[in-house]
Design a binder for this molecule. Structure first.
Ligand SMILES: [Zn+2]
Ligand SMILES: [Zn+2]
Length: 283
């Protein structure tokens, strides 16, 4: 675990100096380098501007004096801390509990609305709520603290997943999957498209002048194999465009927020002509 006795005023990582972790009673700093690196990673994860350590190392004598027992702080494996966002506002500790839990800290405890306890104990786990005493535990921080994924993403940013889409060529096959927004498209120019899969989103296709029922994600594909697709509508935070086979050109990008099969101008992609390719990207 690399617990090191650091000299005073030693820069350990970009944001942390040994002084921040020292025992207030004797001035000694014994702290795990792994813990400090993990705190640094946690700061990056939430785009924090600053982390205040209110308690780091506590020598066994001092820890016992404070708590009645020598715990993880006396082993150099724990900190009590508070994080600030880009605008120097405190990130709620309940949010930090969720992020720290997801990052694999084995000790995470809520102290108050600003501060939390973090440690990297190797035997067992400790997920607590010290505002309710030392024997208050939780298993799922999101449920326990009523924190939504969106609330966490305000600090971490959207967690990118690889959403994919895939087209089928008339009398051919399913072409390879394409990632949203990587500059590629699904389909082969000159080959009529007759099927389309899009991960996660709601979408539908028009065949023979008729809109087929809406499909969601990979529960089904849009289209009828053997029949040309002329128009596509996709709903959600995406932009997409289709390529018209005979005109050999891309039609303008359409916004998934405007999803409406009755709106010829903005609601879907296509002009009633056979398409051979589609491109989808995120906002
Ligand atoms: Zn001490
Ligand atoms: Zn603590």
């Amino acid at each position: 675990m690399g617990v090191v006795k650091y000299p005073a005023n030693t820069q350990i990582t970009e944001h942390f100096n040994s002084n921040e972790f020292r025992c207030p009673h004797c001035g000694v700093t014994r702290i795990s380098t792994e813990l400090v690196n993990k705190l640094e990673a946690l700061m990056k994860k939430v785009h924090a501007s600053k982390c205040i350590i209110s308690s780091g190392y506590r020598c066994p004598y001092y820890d016992k004096q404070q708590n009645g027992f020598a715990g993880r702080h006396s082993e150099g494996l724990a900190v009590d801390c508070c994080f600030y966002d880009k605008n120097c506002k405190i990130i709620p500790s309940k949010v930090m509990c969720c992020v720290a839990y997801d990052m694999g800290f084995t000790g995470v405890a809520y102290i108050d609305k600003n501060y939390l306890h973090l440690d990297i104990r190797k035997n067992g786990t400790y997920y607590g709520d010290e505002s309710r005493g030392n024997s208050s535990y939780w298993t799922d921080p999101y449920a326990y603290f009523h924190v939504s994924r969106e609330e966490v993403e305000k600090y971490t940013g959207k967690t990118e997943t690889d959403d994919l889409y895939q087209s089928h060529g008339l009398k051919r096959k399913w072409y390879p999957n394409v990632k949203f927004g990587d500059g590629d498209y699904a389909g082969v120019f000159g080959v009529t498209m007759d099927g389309l899969y899009v991960d996660k989103y709601k979408y539908r296709a028009r065949v023979n002048g008729r809109w087929l029922p809406e499909v969601v994600g990979r529960s089904d594909y849009a289209g009828i194999l053997g029949y040309a697709i002329t128009d596509v509508a996709i709903s959600g935070n995406v932009k997409y465009r289709v390529h018209v086979k005979n005109q050999k050109r891309w039609l303008p990008w359409v916004d998934g927020k405007d999803y409406n099969i009755n709106d010829y101008y903005n609601g879907y992609a296509g002009n009633g002509s056979i398409i051979d390719a589609i491109e989808i990207k995120r906002y």
